[in-house]
Design a protein around this ligand. Structure first.
Ligand code: ACO
Length: 402
């Protein structure tokens, strides 16, 4: 195993495994990844089939409950989520108190953390019906919270949900519509966003998901655990990468649009520059999600008439990387985030909204993983060991004598 050291301590052997490169922390039936072959399956179903044929709420049900729902079950689940999309007035006021230019990920984490203060009846982690209520509340409110994050940045009020519309369709209406105006969504955009949410819905024990499990292992409630996951996702090496990819593409464009020159900087590791949206801890082959997103990016940008130089720069970077020894030898391929920012931008989202959109998609995965963890009799409170390398015992020195 790479990077693993086994050490003998007073209480037996300790494995030193920075970044958990080789340490499995749980058994799971939810998501299967084969990083060498570029395979991703949710509950056994290949990701490309789900992206092509399913919908976000159906995939949420599948991840959380383990099986594809019957039509009756799916209708009931969707209707229940829809019915809960309205947020309490006090909650809206709370979200409205953050500065307009606050980073939406900070507001999102705070909002998820604050949610159960309005629903104290949804907190018992060991009662199945209560956990199902919390599940529905999180899926429903996350949609409203995300749309309001966008509107707040533009100084616009929260819109009321329309229970007659679908999850993604109404999310887009609540995000982009003028108050009291009819709003028709473009089916190509609804379909593309639905696909993106499906592709982000789970990815086994990544940084944010293991955070959710770790926090939940102390029997902290589902909301507190997911708020921690949102914070973990905010980092540029994780969910924040989609925002960084667009910044990188814009930077290349503003510096004269020369991808080859930028790639030389990456390879020479100048100022620690990395090709954002490339590389993955598990995929040492093409990320199967990236292939689906790339196709979608082409279609959406063409349909919306928003195809611009940034997509060409991205494609050129990928072309260079796929033929360059630096990237080939390190098995660096585009990950899911390489093309998502371009789609979100074409849809009308600011870069700061890209990671909240990732979080909206990841909610079902976090919920499913937390529920699996809490119901697994083998779960123990997460408590890693360490290898102490500090001072040995020494005597306190009075401040006057230091
Ligand atoms: N650009 C250039 N070089 C890279 C990149 C990159 N994007 N990623 C890895 N490398 C190089 C490293 O410099 C290192 O080279 P070295 O052996 O000469 O030192 C080698 O590849 C291995 O890299 P590690 O950082 O050890 O790989 P690790 O598995 O720890 O990191 C990570 C994975 C964080 C995703 C990394 O590839 C990265 O920083 N990518 C860019 C950020 C990104 O796109 N993150 C999104 C991840 S997917 C997601 O969260 C949905």
């Amino acid at each position: 195993a790479i990077g693993v050291t086994s050490l003998l301590s007073s209480s037996g052997h300790i494995t030193y495994d920075p970044g958990f490169m080789n340490t499995a922390v749980c058994e799971s039936k939810i998501t299967y990844i084969d990083g060498d072959q570029g395979i991703l399956r949710y509950r056994g179903y290949p990701i490309d089939q789900l992206a092509e044929k399913s919908t976000f709420l159906e995939v949420a049900y599948l991840l959380i409950h383990g099986e594809l729902p019957s039509k009756t079950d799916l209708d009931a689940f969707s209707a229940r989520v829809n019915r809960h999309t309205l947020v309490p007035e006090g909650f809206r006021t709370f979200m409205g108190t953050f500065p307009v230019n606050a980073h939406p990920m900070a507001v999102m984490a705070s909002a998820i953390n604050a949610l159960p203060t309005f629903y104290p009846e949804s907190l018992n982690p060991f009662d199945e019906e209560t956990v199902e209520l919390a599940t529905v509340l999180i899926l429903a409110k996350a949609r409203t919270i995300t749309s309001y994050l966008h509107r707040r940045r533009n100084g616009e009020p929260l819109l009321y949900p329309d229970y007659s519309r679908g999850y993604v369709d109404d999310f887009l209406r609540m995000t982009f519509s003028e108050p009291y105006q009819a709003y028709e969504t473009d089916p190509v955009v609804v379909d593309a966003l639905d696909k993106l949410l499906i592709l982000h819905a789970d990815h086994e024990q990544n940084c944010s998901t293991s955070t959710v499990r770790m926090v939940g292992s102390s029997h902290a409630n589902l909301y507190a655990s997911i708020a921690a996951g949102v914070n973990a996702l905010s980092g540029p090496l994780h969910g924040g990468a989609n925002e960084s990819v667009l910044a990188m593409l814009r930077r290349i464009q503003s510096e004269g649009g020369d991808p080859a020159a930028f790639m030389n900087k990456v390879k020479n590791k100048e100022d620690g520059v990395r090709l954002m949206g490339f590389g993955h801890r598990v995929y040492k082959n093409y990320d199967p999600r990236a292939a689906i997103v790339k196709k979608s990016a082409d279609a959406v940008l063409e349909t919306l008439g928003k195809r611009d130089q940034l997509l060409d720069i991205a494609m050129e970077l990928e072309e260079i990387a796929l033929n360059d020894e630096y990237f080939i030898s390190r098995k660096l391929y585009p990950n899911v985030d390489f093309y998502t920012g371009l789609i979100y931008q074409a849809m009308g989202f600011d870069p700061e909204m890209f990671t909240p959109l990732f979080a909206l998609g990841r909610m079902p995965g976090w919920i499913a993983q937390w529920r699996e963890m809490i119901n697994d009799p083998k779960t123990k409170i997460g408590r890693p060991r360490q290898v102490y390398i500090g001072e040995v015992e020494r005597d306190y020195v009075d401040v006057a004598a230091r």
